[in-house]
Design a protein around this ligand. Structure first.
Ligand SMILES: [Zn+2]
Length: 179
């Protein structure tokens, strides 16, 4: 009896600890759409030195599209929640290249925003990197590196130091501070 109870407790404990938040799905179709979309908005983003942002949605037909694409400022952008379709993820660009901004990696605010909404987030950088932020798990992965998307002609590699392939929230805070 005792051993059975102990087994049950161990089984329950293991079950609880083995259930981190499910990673947000990121289908090949969504990724392909993200690359196409980002390449369309990188040009205006560099030319106007401002971010562009929005949400990617899936319509009942299965088609992936975006809600409104909003222009932002040099270092911020407020996306409009779409009225139609199921929200898959957020997306934004990081404007044009500057020497002083940490624009090649997601910001702490970027990750907090996607985490709050429980969604994924796509980010395009001036260097042409594509990131996917897994909001629920507070982790960002570089999907493809320098020059994989359109790149700002004035981009200078290494201006903000070494860029890793993966950042957790703690690592982002260590690099950029809490805000
Ligand atoms: Zn950002």
């Amino acid at each position: 009896m005792e051993s059975k109870l102990a087994f049950l407790i161990i089984a329950l404990t293991c079950f609880c600890f083995a259930s981190p938040p499910a990673a947000v799905a990121q289908s090949a179709k969504e990724r392909k759409f993200a690359v196409h979309l980002m390449n369309r908005i990188q040009g205006p983003s560099f030319a106007q030195s401002r971010e562009y942002c929005g949400y990617m949605v899936q319509l009942p037909s299965g088609k992936i599209t975006t809600g409104t694409i909003n222009p932002g400022t040099r270092d911020g952008c407020s996306p409009t929640r779409p009225e139609n379709g199921q929200v898959l993820s957020s997306f934004h660009t990081h404007g044009g290249f500057t020497e002083e901004h940490y624009s090649e990696i997601p910001s702490v605010q970027d990750m907090r925003g996607d985490a709050r909404e429980g969604i994924g987030g796509w980010l395009a950088t001036p260097g042409g990197r594509l990131w996917f932020i897994d909001g629920p798990n507070n982790i960002a992965r570089q999907i493809c590196g320098i020059g994989c998307l359109k790149q700002d002609p004035i981009f200078r590699p290494g201006a903000q130091g070494k860029v890793a392939d993966v950042y957790t929230m703690d690592k982002l805070i260590a690099v950029m501070g809490p805000e």
